[in-house]
Design a protein around this ligand. Structure first.
Ligand SMILES: Cc1cc2nc3c(=O)[nH]c(=O)nc-3n(C[C@H](O)[C@H](O)[C@H](O)COP(=O)(O)O)c2cc1C
Length: 147
């Protein structure tokens, strides 16, 4: 099945809780999974050795899309992560009352695609409080799409 990396940026813990469910679900499906907080990652070669990279990031800001702050250095240096040819999936928590609902998810997917990643066309945008069942089912769908 292979190896997956799940990296999240989360301020109040919502995206973190989804990342934990995603990581557990992928493990349950037979993958070896590393779960990392974006605040602590070393971007250079981040994706090396992984068959699947899952990015989770909440959206902040008002008129403009702002990525969760811990994710910003990773986003800015994403070209160093070695994403070319990698399967990538993106999720995030947000609030649909904002203009750019989960804009961070789109921004990360677009950048990864521009860097040559095989972005799985299955963004998960969570409105409000995360639901574990939704995260679980998404992780399984991602695996199916990545197969
Ligand atoms: C000041 C502020 C700005 C926000 N801006 C956005 C936004 O532009 N788009 C969006 O979808 N959600 C926005 N949100 C909602 C957060 O993304 C949401 O609360 C999310 O669950 C936080 O996830 P986290 O705990 O993983 O950081 C904003 C929330 C706050 C408090």
């Amino acid at each position: 099945m292979g190896k997956a990396l799940v990296v999240f940026g989360s301020t109040t813990g919502n995206t973190e809780s989804v990342a934990e469910v995603v990581a557990k679900t992928l493990e349950g499906e037979g993958m070896v999974v590393d779960l990392q907080n974006a605040a602590a990652v070393n971007v250079a070669g981040l994706a090396t050795g992984y068959d699947l990279v899952v990015f989770g990031c909440s959206t902040w800001g008002d008129d403009e899309i702002e990525l969760q702050e811990d994710f910003v250095p990773l986003f800015d240096n994403l070209d160093q992560a070695g994403l070319t040819g990698k399967r990538v999936a993106v999720f995030g928590c947000g609030d649909s009352s904002y203009t750019h609902f989960c804009g961070a998810v789109d921004a990360i997917a677009e950048k990864a695609m521009a860097l040559g990643a095989k972005v799985i066309d299955l963004p998960l945008k969570i409105d409000g409080s995360p639901d574990a069942a939704e995260a679980q089912s998404w992780a399984k769908d991602v695996l199916r799409s990545a197969a």
